[in-house]
Each structure stands twice: as C-alpha cells, then as structure tokens.
Write a protein that binds this ligand. Structure first.
Ligand code: GLU
Length: 317
C-alpha cells in the first residue's frame, strides 16, 4: 500500500441516474483510491445545464450510498464554479493561448476533416475573426511553439490500463473550445481546473474519455498544473456494441439487490469475488474488493459487454 497521498474522484454528469457502466466507473475509482489508502471525492459535473436532469444529482448520490461508496469531504458542483473557470480562461487569453472564434458548427463541419472526436478545427479564426463578425466561443491553440509539452504539440502519456497514447493535437483534434458560444465553459477546461483545485493525483474513469486526456494534459501544461496519473476502465456496451447511456436507453441501476449488482460489477471489472460473498453484506463485498483490487486484469480492454439484463437497449422508436 502506498502512503496516503492518493486523491481520486468520481465525476458524474447528472444527466440521468447511474446505469451499470457509470456504476462500474464509480466502483473502479473507489476501489483504486481505497486500495491505495487514498481519498475519494465526488464532483458533480453539472456544467452543461441544458443537459442536466432535475433530481439526477440526488439520485446518483443515493445510489452511491446504497452501494456504500462513501465519499470524503464536500461535493463540489461545477455549476457554482464559473469564477474559477473564468480565471483560467483569462490566464489562457493573457498568454495568447486562447482566441475568440466566430465559426458556426455548420461552417466547421463543411470545411474540416473528420477526426477521432468530431471535426478537426482548421484554425480559421487563429489570426483573428472574419471582418464584421464577432467571436463568441473561445478556443485554445494547439500549435504553440515551443510547445508546452516539448516536441511539436505531440501529447504522450501512459495510461495504467490502455498503455501509451500518442496524439498530435493540431492534426487529430485541432484548436479546441474552452468556452462555448452559448457562454458555458467546456468540459475540457472545467475538468482540468477542478482536478487541480481538488489536488487529484489519480483519475480513474471510463475509456470513452481516453481521447480527451491529451487535451486535458495540454491545458494542464498551459495553466501550470500537475498532470495526474490516468487509468481508463473499459466501458460497458450493450448487445449492439453501443456504450450504455441515456441515448442507448440503459436502465438505471436497481438498488433492490445491491450485493448481486456489486458482484456483477466486480465480475465485469474482471475481479474474481469468491462465491460465498453472495451471501455477505455490501460492506463485506466492498472490503474484499478493496483488499483484492487487481486492475491489471483489465489491461488493454476498452469495452466489455454488460451482463444481460442490465443493458436494456430496447429501442422504442
Ligand atoms: N462527467 C464526465 C462523465 O460523466 C466524467 C468526467 C471525468 O471523469 O473526467 O462522463
């Protein structure tokens, strides 16, 4: 066990109740933190207010409690942290790393190549917005030389499970948005500011965010923040190979048989809970899981089918 310097977090977006996949991310980050005698925080990523569902944050917290995933300290809410994001944006502007952009989604889609995460912004407004138009969004440059990462803006990092990831931000992602045209701060900026604010040393989350990590490392360097260690857990997919989510109609995690569900999550995470734990209490299952946490069993694994019965991908349309 390592010294108690580990600080991890679970950062759900309250766009709906936890489903099997998001519960697996919560359990994985909790186990990793507790296995290292660390602190485990919960942060509500309720920044994208139009997508937040009333009552979902409370529902998520009740579910975490039902599974005895007790968190440390205060929960922070991104919706109340605009001042911190604004300050970070000012610093990016001040150093010339951020610039205003007037392009519409349509214009970008028409002129850009498609990358791993949507259109690669071609840099249209880098040297100023088109005459007569006003910049509403703010983007961060990915072509800064000398690059804050050394080399030519190539971000390299070693994920504990997914191995080495190398991304050339400018050609694979393009200058990315840190403040949206609708005035909301972008996830990429908020998560970096909050991870630094909360002193997070280890980020354990779903592999759907693997390709966002280089953008976050880029921002950490531009803002002078430390880079945490990253571990991206496999995401749960349904029979069609789609990520469980509200869009794929994943059902909410049931809390009537928490022991059975927790054991299913542990099996999904390739832990091997002994059969007799099925008769145990949820606290006992968790204690076993903390002591026996072996994430290396998930090496190289980006997605795993959710057990049947929890994916619930029956489409109504
Ligand atoms: N809020 C993000 C989500 O629910 C997770 C962010 C993170 O863990 O960095 O997908």
């Amino acid at each position: 066990m390592s010294p108690p310097t580990y600080r991890g977090r679970f950062a759900p977006s309250p766009t709906g109740p936890l489903h099997f996949g998001s519960l697996a991310a919560a359990v994985g980050s909790h186990l990793d933190a507790r296995h290292h005698n660390g602190t485990w925080l919960v942060r509500m990523e309720d920044l994208d207010t139009p997508r937040c569902v009333p009552g979902a944050a409370e529902d998520i917290l009740r579910t975490l409690e039902a599974f005895c995933l007790h968190w440390d300290g205060e929960i922070i809410h991104q919706s109340r942290r605009s001042a911190a994001y604004e300050e970070a944006l000012q610093r990016l502007k001040g150093s010339g790393a951020a610039y205003p952009c007037c392009c519409t989604r349509r214009e970008i889609a028409d002129s850009a190549l498609h990358g791993i995460d949507g259109p690669v912004y071609p840099g249209t407004c880098r040297n100023g917005v088109t005459a007569g138009r006003e910049g509403r969004a703010w983007r961060v440059r990915t072509d800064l030389f000398p690059s804050p990462l050394g080399g030519e803006g190539v971000v390299e990092f070693d994920d504990a499970l997914q191995g080495r990831l190398i991304q050339h931000l400018e050609s694979e992602i393009g200058d990315f948005v840190v403040k949206r045209a609708d005035g909301l701060f972008a996830y990429q900026l908020a998560v970096v500011v909050d991870d630094a604010f909360q002193g997070i040393t280890h980020v354990v989350r779903g592999a759907d965010l693997l390709h966002s990590t280089p953008r976050q490392i880029w921002l950490q360097r531009l803002l002078g923040f430390a880079t945490p260690a990253y571990m991206h857990l496999p995401i749960a997919v349904n029979a069609q190979g789609e990520k469980l989510s509200k869009q794929t109609l994943a059902s909410a995690v049931a809390t009537d048989d928490v022991v059975a569900t927790l054991i299913a999550v542990l099996e999904f995470l390739r832990q091997q809970p002994p059969a007799e734990l099925r008769q145990g209490r949820v606290e006992e299952v968790l204690e076993w899981a903390v002591g026996n946490w072996k994430p290396e069993r998930l090496k190289g694994c980006r997605q795993i089918p959710a057990p049947s019965g929890v994916a619930c991908a029956v489409r109504t349309t």
